[in-house]
Design a binder for this molecule. Structure first.
Ligand SMILES: [Zn+2]
Length: 277
């Protein structure tokens, strides 16, 4: 037990109390500045404060061997990517369905797809996803009584993937089909509607720009003539963004040549300025 007279106690605490108030105030100013910067320059001031997590060698080997995007990153970005993938794997629960055994390779490649799409963001963790459910192949979905290759189910906080189709999307790099990117974009878009952080605000702003582009008669004509985006994109705004992300990731130069403004808004929405994008 330590008994102090009230005045002694205050005298002892005073320097600390000042420091705490000052620190809080500086933090507040920094947050204000960070928000101002993100809205003015369309990108976060910092994507990282600290980068320290490492993957076990067996997992890092898989990325280095099989994930093309990673190979094109600078050393600094490689460290950031590794940190993010390690965080993702630690925080999400991976569950195999229909007796599928979840392997390191599955975890690493799925986490890498998610972290690639969110690599330009500060908030990269997909807060609406807790579970990654992996089926061996197409699976029956009660939602619309049909077989699915993937879905994002916000109520169950689950991203559901057919491993066969995920792998296919990852392996064939230029056919504009990428199941992982597609489903992660659904999760990112919904989170952006519900959240108010700097990445969500940027998403909303660029999404509006994309919608405006789609009402432009010249763009409409060109979409009709070229049939560049596959028809499924025009199902609704969510499918459009998911398909847009697939095209952006898989064939950026082609996309840019056909629709430079749409490309530019998508690039800003993702803050994607790495590895030749
Ligand atoms: Zn979809």
């Amino acid at each position: 037990m330590l008994l102090l007279q009230p005045d002694q106690e205050i005298a002892w605490m005073a320097p600390y109390a000042y420091a705490i108030v000052l620190f809080g105030f500086i933090l507040f100013l920094f947050r204000v500045f960070e928000n101002w910067y993100a809205s003015k320059y369309n990108k976060p001031l910092f994507r990282h404060y600290w980068v320290f997590k490492k993957l076990p060698k067996v997992q890092l080997d898989i990325i280095e061997k099989e994930f093309e995007f990673y190979k094109k990153l600078s050393e600094k970005h490689k460290r950031q990517f590794q940190h993010r993938v390690a965080t993702f794997i630690a925080e999400k629960k991976f569950i195999g369905r229909e007796n599928l055994e979840v392997t390191d390779r599955m975890k690493v490649l799925i986490a890498s797809a998610g972290c690639m799409l969110s690599f330009g963001r500060k908030n990269y963790e997909y807060s609406l996803i807790n579970f990654i459910l992996i089926y061996p192949k197409e699976f029956y979905s009660a939602i619309n009584d049909d077989y699915h290759k993937g879905e994002f189910n916000p109520r169950e906080r689950a991203l559901v993937l057919s491993w066969k189709d995920f792998e296919q999307g990852n392996k064939v790099a230029d056919d504009n089909m990428n199941l992982g990117i597609h489903e992660f974009m659904h999760a990112m878009q919904l989170e952006s509607r519900q959240s108010k952080d700097i990445d969500a605000v940027r998403f909303a702003k660029q999404f509006q720009n994309i919608l405006v582009q789609l009402t432009d008669q010249n763009v409409k004509n060109k979409l009709d003539e070229t049939r560049y985006f596959r028809a499924y994109a025009f199902t609704n705004q969510y499918e459009f963004m998911a398909v847009l992300a697939e095209y952006f990731i898989e064939s950026p130069m082609d996309f840019k040549r056909h629709f430079p403004k749409l490309y530019s808004h998508t690039q800003k929405l993702l803050n994607f300025t790495f590895a030749g994008y």
